[in-house]
Design a protein around this ligand. Structure first.
Ligand SMILES: Cc1cc2nc3c(=O)[nH]c(=O)nc-3n(C[C@H](O)[C@H](O)[C@H](O)COP(=O)(O)OP(=O)(O)OC[C@H]3O[C@@H](n4cnc5c(N)ncnc54)[C@H](O)[C@@H]3O)c2cc1C
Length: 394
């Protein structure tokens, strides 16, 4: 790789924007291309949770912790993107979840993470608006929150300030492979953009870009709905999720009402810097439809009132839905494509792309430019999904 290579990043969601930020910081020339506006994909249809509390102990939570540390630095470096660090809570619905929560805390504490179990008295002292029968919960002190669209835009602006070429409204048609290596992209307009490396950070659209090259990427859209309240009294300043959110996210067994099970609904309460709150969320494989389904909206509202009875009087002003880029093992793909030098994938972050953007962008810069990686890239390799561990040339 040249000392100042030209890297083309396809997709200006939070992952592409973070990659562009760290690549330009490390001295690369970058062209950041999107078919729409900056952040117009899933990165503007989500919450802004930056969580360790919902990560599996081990690599998952370590990766999240590195990202939280990098984000903390970004918050000092970039203009304001509503970054706050109030910590977050998981609340339990029943005695079984209390047992699981205690074990979860033990495992995370063993890894040195700032987790605490909160018994009945403590959880109600911390969260006085909770329903009286909530039996316990837990707290993670390092968790933070931000405005995801603003964050994405700030990262892209930072890259632009270091001379990155930002090209919104330019769909990429094809990735150009010459002599077996990635050499640039052809825009739908017919324009050829040459480069020394291509990073595909196209979220749920990543498979469509790579399949014509015979490269299989098992990313599927997993729909999630959110409700937005009007401005008014908040139900606390920190993020609150139910413990069942973990089970829903990881597809584990959980006891909940039939509608919550059907739509993968679990409470997520997120107060924003604008003094309203977001309520989530659902998880469904229903194709590419991003319209709001009233039944899912009702299910989310019901679930919220189970934990916060006072929400029956709250005003909800709108709902929207986005598509998470799901992978079979819940880890993103941050990797070169074996057998195609210069072709990289940074996609598949499911419900964690906002939180993991910083570590992903930094890792892409480290790997593409040949630096030492900020985390072990092994678990994020693309070829973990291919039977033969390599390419399927079509
Ligand atoms: C309801 C909901 C709640 C969520 N809450 C959280 C949360 O609290 N915390 C968290 O960490 N994560 C959360 N997520 C997940 C997070 O939103 C995603 O993981 C993240 O936004 C993915 O970012 P991305 O950059 O990979 O994809 P995207 O933001 O979708 O960006 C991909 C970009 O690629 C562009 N593109 C596609 N094809 C082409 C092409 N051919 N040419 C040019 N450009 C192209 C698209 O236009 C798009 O802008 C949530 C998701 C949902 C749906």
């Amino acid at each position: 790789m040249k000392s100042s290579p030209h890297v083309i990043v396809v997709g200006a969601g939070v992952i592409g924007a973070a990659s562009a930020h760290y690549l330009t910081q490390a001295g690369a020339r970058v062209t950041l291309i999107d078919q729409g506006d900056i952040g117009s994909g899933t990165s503007s249809r989500c919450d802004g949770n930056v969580l360790a509390i919902d990560k599996d102990p081990g690599f998952d939570s370590q990766m999240a912790t590195v990202s939280q540390q990098l984000l903390h630095e970004l918050a000092q470096e970039l203009p304001y993107f509503e970054y706050r660090r109030p910590g977050s809570y998981l609340v339990c619905d029943n005695a079984d979840e209390v047992e699981m929560a205690r074990e979860w805390v033990r495992q995370q504490q063993a890894e040195g993470l700032p987790f605490a179990y909160l018994d009945y008295e403590a959880i109600h002292r911390h969260l006085p608006h909770l329903a009286e029968d909530v039996p316990g919960g837990l707290y993670c002190g390092s968790d933070s929150t931000l405005n995801p669209l603003l964050y994405t835009q700030r990262l892209a602006q930072s890259a632009r300030d270091r001379s990155a070429d930002l090209r919104p409204h330019q769909p990429v048609g094809d990735i150009g492979i010459e002599g077996g290596a990635a050499k640039g992209v052809r825009l739908a307009s017919g324009e050829w953009v040459p480069g020394d490396a291509v990073v595909v950070a196209a979220g749920i659209w990543t498979p469509a870009l790579l399949e014509p090259l015979g490269i299989r990427v098992p990313i599927r859209p997993r729909k999630g709905h959110l409700l937005v309240s009007g401005k008014g009294p908040l139900f606390g300043d920190a993020k609150v999720m139910e413990f069942g959110y973990l089970m829903s996210k990881f597809g584990r067994e959980r006891v909940a009402p039939p509608d919550a099970m059907q739509y993968g609904v679990a409470l997520v309460y997120e107060p924003t810097a604008s003094h309203n709150f977001l309520l989530g969320s659902s998880r469904e494989f229903v194709g590419w439809d991003t319209s709001s389904n009233p039944k899912v909206v009702q299910s989310i509202a019901r679930r919220a009132m189970r934990f916060y009875p006072g929400m029956k009087d709250a005003t909800i002003i709108r709902s929207y839905a986005g598509l998470r880029p799901w992978t079979p093992d819940h880890f993103p793909i941050v990797s070169e494509v074996d057998g195609v030098p210069g072709l990289w994938i940074a996609a598949g972050h499911e419900g964690d792309g906002i939180g993991l953007a910083a570590v992903t962008g930094r890792l892409i810069a480290d790997l593409v430019l040949g630096g030492s990686p900020c985390i072990d890239p092994g678990p994020l390799r693309w070829n973990r999904f291919t039977e033969e561990g390599g390419m399927d040339h079509g």
